[in-house]
Design a protein around this ligand. Sequence first.
Ligand code: HEC
Length: 185
Amino acid sequence: MKNRFYLGLLGGALLVGCGDDAGSGGAGGGSGGSGGQAASFAEADVIEAFQSFESSGFTRVTKDAATSQHGASERVIVWVNDAALEQYLAIDPEDPEGTSEAFPVGTILIKQGANEAGEPDGAATVMAKFESGFNAEAGDWWWGRFTTAGELADSGVVGFCISCHESNGLQRTDYLAGTPTANRL
Ligand code: HEC
């Protein structure tokens, strides 16, 4: 992965290419952050996936829309994209000792909001796994919240999402809670 990223950089900026810690202060080094965008997974990809998650690339995991600590919607339904489905299903929230490897770059989890009858209300919270280094202190997850109008409200490194997932002890399963086996489709 890294190689693909740096290939993009090398095309434009000869000396900036190697070494994360090489000083980026040199004249013209400003392209460091954006040069690899074509090859990397970014917010635009998450937003695009969100437009059609109910019809392509995702599997609904939750059987009956469930209550949630999230609180914004009455109920929630978890959807997971193909890149992560198997690994997500291996997390059992009832196993206090369960662990998980880091999820692959490109993983997207969508927690869709719904009313008490289980009908989606348009809102969602989303986690997406970005490239290594995006936010190394908290698993390189991108966090986002869509309103019922489908607008992205909070996004990126969102402190209140991270701190609550951490206070639930979820680092051991790469910040994910998992869906109870009794309530899976
Ligand atoms: C009050 C604590 C709390 C906050 C704040 C919070 N979460 Fe969660 N999150 C949880 C818990 C607990 C679960 C699993 C069970 C549940 O829904 O209650 C969960 C589950 C999820 C899931 C489903 C995937 C899984 O199995 O873990 C996603 C996606 C998610 N949260 C994203 C977010 C995002 C994005 C934010 C911030 C906008 C956020 N969360 C804020 C506690 C929280």
